[in-house]
Design a protein around this ligand. Structure first.
Ligand code: AMP
Length: 280
């Protein structure tokens, strides 16, 4: 496995293209965990070559967010990638990605104005811009994203379709710890008591699933139950708790088809997100 900066990664990906080798890309911000590895394994199965990118993208973080304390360990990540059979680790610098004079962006419309977009107004433009750059640099056949970041996956799918990027967007299931907590790089910030408190996200989502299975269709009832579970955890503060159409991300009042229950909750200083699809 090679670790490459921008010029080398782009040249290698072009060479693979010339040889008609299919390329699968897994974009990440590093501090790799089982969630990332599940994406990498799927990419490994479906492509002749696998590229993992590790780039903590500064433009997707707001001014008071956790860019500076985002966890980083390239050596450990590289060892995990090597073990997982990754062909190339693309690790550009911020200067390579955003050289002096950089002034373009990709912004997607209404899908980015809701859920996480409400409290993180510049976030999805940052995400789409960097993912668009990765797509242009590496020209993969397929790119792999996690359902854990459901809104991100929906926004990227829209961007790829709208801009005729001709790249398959593959969304993989959320990987969870044994007790249900969604695996996330940010979990490293949780102290022992916070780690316990963080279970309220999964508890709230599970209770909605159970209520739907028991026949509840009114989302106000489901949201009330979820809010009560988060409110009963003293270390937790909800950013949002919503039930939306998984494609439009518009709120749904009454469940008639598959809907997305999604939430963002602060546990102490750490903002966690999670979601489940609710099916009748
Ligand atoms: P990140 O490094 O957090 O930007 O995540 C990189 C990719 O891994 C994104 O597509 C995430 O949705 C995905 N991912 C993160 N956590 C999980 C998880 N627990 N299960 C599945 N995919 C995940």
């Amino acid at each position: 496995m090679k670790t490459a900066g921008l010029a080398e990664a782009s040249a290698t990906a072009s060479a693979w293209k010339r040889e008609s080798l299919s390329v699968g890309l897994v974009p990440t911000m590093g501090w790799l965990h089982q969630g990332h590895l599940s994406l990498i394994r799927r990419a490994r199965r479906e492509n002749a070559r696998v590229i993992v990118s590790i780039f903590v993208n500064p433009i997707q973080f707001g001014p008071n967010e956790d860019l500076d304390r985002y966890p980083r360990d390239l050596e450990r990540d590289a060892a995990l990638c090597r073990e997982a059979g990754v062909d190339m680790l693309f690790h550009p610098t911020a200067e390579e990605m955003y050289p002096e004079g950089f002034q373009s962006s990709i912004s997607v419309g209404a899908l980015t104005q809701t859920l996480c977009g409400r409290s993180r107004p510049a976030h999805f433009t940052g995400v789409c811009t960097v993912v668009g750059k990765l797509f242009n640099l590496l020209r993969p056949e397929r790119a792999y994203f996690g359902q854990k970041d459901a809104q991100q996956a929906t926004v990227i799918r829209r961007m790829a379709a709208d801009l005729n990027m001709n790249i398959g967007i593959v969304v993989c299931p959320t990987v969870r710890e044994e007790d249900g907590l969604a695996v996330s790089s940010r979990n490293v910030h949780l102290g022992a008591a916070e780690r316990q408190a963080a279970l309220c996200l999964f508890r709230a989502l599970s209770s909605a699933q159970e209520q739907v299975a028991a026949g509840v269709r009114d989302t106000a009832v489901l949201l009330g139950g979820m809010r009560a579970i988060i409110a009963s955890e003293p270390a937790a503060a909800a950013d949002y708790i919503e039930i939306v159409d998984p494609e439009t991300l518009f709120p749904v009042d009454h469940i008639e088809k598959k809907v997305l229950a999604a939430l963002a909750v602060f546990i102490g200083k750490t903002r966690l997100i999670d979601n489940v699809l609710l099916e009748q």
